[in-house]
Design a protein around this ligand. Structure first.
Ligand code: ADP
Ligand code: ZN
Ligand code: ZN
Length: 731
């Protein structure tokens, strides 16, 4: 080992840099300084300087020392990345076939965090100094400062109820002086016993079990509880236990728009807000959380999947809430599943991981069946409220008239719900006004110039938008193909169109669209979620956002506009995903008071997924789905990896994909499918071909792929080969 040799230690080190190369690079350590594995450093890389970390691999001692570049900076105010985190980075890289540097990059996401926080300018009273004139404003300032402490200028102005100019005046007269205040104090710690909720017997049993799991090393528990069963309260008790053991805790949530309600609930239980980590927080806050996590000042983080890579000082628990959610899978750069990698992180560090869902993934279900995961079931709602009563509406016989989307039975139910002062939710997983626009005269269809996808009309924004690359164009007055005026027609509904129909039918009702693409971003969504929560809307029209764990106490009716939408995909998980989504969304109804109703509009009333939902027979669905997967050798009984070849030239990309398949080493365990043109055949001007590798569960699929890609043809001319282990999306 390198670091055993005192001479080496002083001179060279391996540094993992945040780029897609397979190995760490060797650098000189500046004279008189030293590094250890995990030390965060800045190094020259080509024309740039990048932040990386010293890695525990042998540096290349064969390189001419004159050619080695020197580490340009050692961040010694930040603790080195610990062993567990480095092993985790290596593990994720190895599993995903990604470059370790690209995984490390997810750890070092906040360069600002590596600098100590800048002190804040403040003011302090100079002892004995008095102003020339004592106005009442000045007196208030001096009275406020009687405790002798330093203040920020704005804080002081606010507390004394004066304008900033009064304080500037006192500074000028040398009554106050400028000082440096230490940057923000560490956040207050959660209080373990602040306000625990009395738990139901089922919750109590689960909470007790979870506490015991802390003594079992890297164990995994699955909380499988119906919507509204109080899973959150149960795992809050596990967080309390982690805190009692002086460990930090991390809660992963799939959708940041939800966190507002979640943060408030956490505060009610623990007396303080937890730290947040996701793409919407400011760089300054982000840096503070990163530092606080590393120093141990921050005890609990609520975050998106990327928080899995934070440098926790003493992490002792990870909770993955809504563990079935596809948002835990990252598809670009390093494609990884945050749920699965959370289990790995717990395993490597020997602490418990809790997965929670009302509709667990088939994978987790099987793991619980086989006893690999401890299972805690909560079959009833905490409030005692009954689960919603679900009915189908057969659109073949009972559908609406042409050009309308709400069947009479659903309209009737909305009317009743509105009349009794309750809320309705109409669910359609399609943003915008209409998924397709065409010309009535010549049949021209509006397609994205860069993707094989229709442009989606967004009527509020008066735009046609591509949902795959973001390209948009104004809705034209005339058809670009035949120049006919007023000839464009919208085909099919999106949420905006449903909202239009609702306004026609119920002009007195307060309607609200919850969709991620409306102007105002997450802030608006949080506000609107709160409005719905407080009963400030009568009819809500929403995309899948509303399906995610949110608690709307006044919601009584849920209408699914198109229950078949997810079933048609050529995706092995289509049935599972549709079941989960619809069970979750209908589960919004009557969560607290009961009496909830759900309607599924469908053209496939006999489909097993629809039947399972209607009969509320969750177990029957899982049994059938698990059996089907077993027979087909699909996950979790078999392993899948997708290989996507993409490039700017269609023929070349296809030719390369074919050559790649021809070069695949023969192995009886592996079945290769494809290449096939991807369902999304072009994205952002790149043509895409998919290959799928299938193998039995025990097979080392990564080893096979690594060997194949190393020995096969190398991509050139703008081609890209992206490997996705255990793919969740098949587009
Ligand atoms: P889940 O996460 O399982 O969907 P939640 O934890 O959000 O369920 O709980 C659903 C509702 O029931 C929330 O309003 C919550 O405050 C309430 N609740 C949960 N547990 C209890 C309890 N033991 N006593 C009273 N109310 C509870
Ligand atoms: Zn036309
Ligand atoms: Zn596009």
């Amino acid at each position: 080992m390198l670091f055993d040799d005192p001479e080496f230690k002083e001179t060279i080190a391996s540094v993992l840099v945040p780029v897609a190369v397979p190995v760490a690079y060797t650098y000189k350590v500046p004279a008189g300084q030293s590094v250890v594995p995990g030390t965060i450093v800045k190094v020259p890389l080509g024309p740039r300087e990048v932040v990386g970390a010293v890695w525990d691999v042998e540096p290349d001692a064969a390189i001419n020392p004159k050619k080695l570049k020197t580490i340009s900076r050692i961040y010694d105010t930040t603790p080195p990345l610990d062993d567990d985190l480095r092993r985790f980075v290596d593990w994720v890289a190895n599993w995903t076939l990604g470059a370790p540097g690209m995984v490390l990059r997810m750890v070092l996401r906040s360069e600002e965090a590596l600098e100590p926080e800048a002190p804040v300018p403040g003011v302090r009273r100079i002892e004995g100094a008095e102003p020339d004139r004592l106005t009442s404003a000045r007196r208030r300032v001096l009275e406020t400062m009687e405790d002798g402490f330093a203040w920020t200028k704005s804080g002081l102005a606010h507390a004394a109820g004066v304008s900033l100019s009064v304080i500037d005046g006192l500074l000028q007269q040398n009554v106050l002086e400028t000082v440096s205040l230490p940057a923000s104090p560490p956040p207050p710690k959660p209080q373990i016993d602040f306000a625990p909720k009395p738990l139901t017997a089922a919750q109590q049993a689960a909470a007790e079990g979870l506490k015991e799991n802390f003594d079992k090393g890297g164990s995994v528990a699955l909380i499988d509880g119906v919507t509204g069963s109080g899973k959150t309260e149960v795992y809050f008790e596990a967080i309390a236990e982690a805190l009692r053991r002086d460990r930090q805790a991390l809660v992963l949530l799939p959708e940041i728009a939800l966190t507002e309600q979640f943060l408030r609930r956490f505060e009610q239980r623990f007396g303080v807000y937890p730290a947040e980590w996701h793409s919407e927080i400011t760089p300054k806050k982000r840096a503070r959380v990163w530092r606080g996590v590393a120093s141990g000042d921050v005890r609990v983080v609520i975050g998106a999947r990327s928080s899995l890579f934070l440098p926790f000082k003493e992490l002792g628990l990870i909770i993955v809430d809504e563990e079935h959610d596809a948002a835990f899978k990252q598809d670009d750069r390093v494609p990884y599943s945050a749920r699965d990698m959370a289990v790995v992180r717990g395993h490597l560090s020997g602490f418990p991981v809790i997965l929670a869902s009302a509709t667990p993934s088939v994978e987790s279900h099987v793991n619980a069946d086989l006893g690999r995961y401890a299972l805690y079931e909560l079959p009833e709602r905490a409030s005692g409220a009954a689960l919603p009563d679900l009915q189908e509406i057969d659109m073949r016989t009972d559908g609406p008239e042409r050009g309308r989307w709400l069947a009479p039975a659903l309209v009737h139910a909305i009317k009743d719900t509105f009349a009794s002062g309750d809320q309705s939710l109409l669910f359609l997983n399609r943003r915008g006004y209409a998924p397709l626009t065409l010309c009535r005269t010549c049949g021209h269809r509006f397609q994205c110039a860069h993707c094989s996808a229709w442009l989606v009309e967004h009527r509020f924004q008066k735009k046609l938008v591509c949902h795959h690359c973001g390209h948009f164009e104004p809705v034209p007055d005339a058809c670009p193909s035949c120049q006919s005026k007023d000839s464009l027609v919208a085909c099919g509904p999106g949420v905006e169109r449903i909202a239009e129909e609702v306004s026609d039918l119920f002009p007195q009702a307060r309607t609200l669209i919850l969709s991620s693409d409306l102007p105002g971003g997450p802030e608006r969504l949080k506000r609107e979620m709160k409005i719905v929560e407080e009963g400030g809307a009568d009819i809500v029209i929403g995309t899948q956002l509303v399906a995610k764990g949110h608690n709307f106490p006044k919601m009584k009716l849920v209408g699914v506009i198109d229950a078949d939408l997810g079933l048609a995909h050529g995706d092995p998980r289509a049935a599972e995903k549709t079941f989960q989504l619809l069970a979750q969304v209908t589960g919004r109804a009557g969560r607290v008071t009961g009496g909830g109703k759900g309607f599924l509009q469908t053209y496939n009333a006999d489909h097993p997924v629809i039947r399972a939902l209607l009969s509320s027979n969750k177990n029957a669905f899982y049994l059938a789905e698990i059996e089907a997967r077993r027979v087909a050798g699909l996950p979790p009984f078999g392993r899948l990896a997708a290989v996507v070849v993409s490039g700017p030239d269609k023929t070349f990309a296809e030719g390369f994909a074919r050559a790649l398949v021809r070069a695949a080493p023969h192995d009886e365990a592996v079945t290769l499918l494809g290449p096939a043109e991807a369902a999304l055949a072009m994205v952002r001007g790149r043509y895409r071909y998919r290959l799928l590798a299938m193998a039995p569960r025990q097979f080392d699929l990564q080893g096979y792929l690594r060997n194949w890609l190393a020995s096969g043809p190398k991509p050139s001319k703008g081609l890209r080969v992206q490997v996705d282990i255990d793919p969740q999306h098949f587009l």
